[in-house]
Design a binder for this molecule. Structure first.
Ligand code: ZN
Ligand code: ZN
Length: 177
């Protein structure tokens, strides 16, 4: 890619400049601060913990926390396209030139995963959101667990526990082994 050339993906949401009525409700950032983003919603469409192996390995964590947003709910105040890294976990392709949805998006400098990008939706990792109050954080409370049979530990929080994907697998008891 020619330096400073705008790649085609950067002309679409969430990378394109936001709509004029984009109202900033929340802000987030990767660990090093190179990539900052804004959210026009203060509450995600859904909030889930995923215990699948891909999430555990890629995130280096016992489970992954993902929240669903429309692509248009997210924008970057000063996007430097060279700062983003993409990874397609299905095809094992990597690099800024190969953009194939769905893929994961990270800061190239510090490696913080920011969100999974699908065709219309984004699974944002809200550990990167800067919440200003407990009330703001509570709007992101988890509503369900996915791949709970694969969990590292029991999480008896009273929310539904799916053995695989939600609505496409069986519900489990929180402490069932
Ligand atoms: Zn970073
Ligand atoms: Zn997962």
């Amino acid at each position: 890619m020619v330096p400073n050339e705008i790649p085609s993906w950067a002309t679409k949401a969430p990378y394109a400049p936001p709509a004029n009525d984009f109202d900033i409700k929340l802000q987030g950032s990767c660990h090093c601060g190179h990539v900052k983003y804004n959210l026009s919603r203060d509450k995600p469409l859904a909030s889930k913990f995923c215990h699948c192996n891909d999430c555990k390995i890629i995130h280096g964590a016992p489970f992954q926390w993902a929240t669903v947003f429309h692509k248009e709910d997210l924008s970057f105040p000063n996007l430097d396209t060279e700062s983003l890294k993409f990874y397609n976990s299905s095809f094992h392709e990597e690099g800024e030139g190969k953009v194939q949805l769905p893929h994961k998006v990270a800061c190239k400098h510090c490696g913080t995963w920011l969100f999974d990008e699908g065709r219309n939706m984004i699974l944002l990792f809200p550990t990167t959101v800067q919440f200003k109050s407990t009330a703001a954080r509570r709007k992101f409370d988890v509503q369900m667990h996915l791949f709970y049979g694969n969990r590292e530990c029991d999480i008896p929080d009273g929310t539904p526990k799916w053995s695989g994907l939600d609505e496409k697998s069986d519900l489990m008891d929180e402490r069932q082994r």
